[in-house]
Design a protein around this ligand. Structure first.
Ligand SMILES: NC(=O)c1ccc[n+]([C@@H]2O[C@H](COP(=O)([O-])OP(=O)(O)OC[C@H]3O[C@@H](n4cnc5c(N)ncnc54)[C@H](OP(=O)(O)O)[C@@H]3O)[C@@H](O)[C@H]2O)c1
Length: 247
């Protein structure tokens, strides 16, 4: 028996990295999981194969969540297939790192659209069946860099800080409907996103992490699963999974 048997989940950005680990972990606990991705079809298929091989159930849910229509249609298609929605994990995210002197309007808008506006699109679509069911668990993936600063990440930090503020207000508004809304804020985690950081910079970052290493995606997934499975009296909160890098 899994802790999430009978639950229906959507994970955005589930083809790679942290989203992949979250999807696999939720499925391992018994949830049926919709794997959202934007373009990495083959990788999303690999995640689906891994879940099915372990006896889990899942579906692919391709959509650009930065597009309001696509995001909402994606959520609707999952609810149509499985007749309910219990867990919405807003994980998809991008970086366009540049110092503020070099950051273009496009760099700013791309990051805000994908990292913050998409969370609004998916949350407002997901909350409809959740309100009817009087049950829902929404987990938004922010970042340590939305809580503190990081050179070259004015757009990213604004989007991730925005997620935290958004989460608290939505948690307040949806509490009476049995819906909890929380943030998991990872520190530096071993994924393609971190691989974009030059090696010398990555080594400097690592040297400052009290636990002395980067996170594995599975360590972020455990916090998400905890909120989904055991977080019944937790709402409007942030769980920081950052090796002590921000206290
Ligand atoms: N890695 C870190 O150090 C770190 C630290 C703190 C927070 N985070 C946050 O954790 C989340 C996951 O990061 P990650 O490191 O796992 O990233 P990643 O390895 O770069 O993977 C990003 C995922 O997001 C998907 N995605 C991007 N834009 C999308 C869109 N418009 N619509 C649908 N899917 C989209 C990608 O899909 P495709 O494969 O189809 O492109 C991919 O599945 C992000 O929100 C990130 O900001 C990461």
């Amino acid at each position: 028996m899994g802790r999430l048997d009978g639950r229906i989940a959507i994970v955005t950005g589930a083809s790679r990295g942290i989203g992949r680990a979250i999807a696999v972990e939720l499925a391992r606990e018994g949830a049926k999981v919709a794997l959202n991705y934007q373009s990495s079809e083959a990788m999303a298929q690999e995640v689906a194969d891994e879940i099915r091989k372990a006896g889990g159930e899942c579906m692919l849910a391709k959509a650009n969540v930065a597009d309001a229509e696509q995001a909402r249609a994606m959520v609707k298609s999952v609810v149509q297939k499985w007749a309910r929605l219990d867990i919405m994990v807003n994980n998809a995210g991008i970086t366009r790192d540049k110092s503020i002197r070099k950051m273009t309007d496009q760099d700013w808008m791309d990051v805000i659209q994908t990292n913050l506006n998409a969370v609004f699109f998916c949350t407002t679509a997901a909350m409809q069946p959740m309100v009817e069911q009087k049950y829902g668990r929404i987990v938004n993936i922010s970042s340590m860099n939305g809580q503190t600063c990081a050179f070259g990440q004015a757009n990213y930090s604004a989007s991730k800080g925005g997620i935290i503020a958004f989460t608290k207000t939505v948690a307040l508004e949806l509490a009476r409907s049995g819906i909890t809304v929380n943030v998991v804020a990872p520190g530096f985690t071993l994924t393609d996103m971190l691989a974009k950081v030059p090696e010398d910079v990555a080594n400097q970052i690592k040297a400052k992490i009290p636990l002395g290493r980067f996170a594995a995606p599975e360590e972020i997934a455990k916090a998400v699963t905890f909120l989904a499975a055991d977080g019944d009296y937790i709402t409007g909160q942030q769980i920081n999974v950052n090796g002590g890098a921000y206290m």
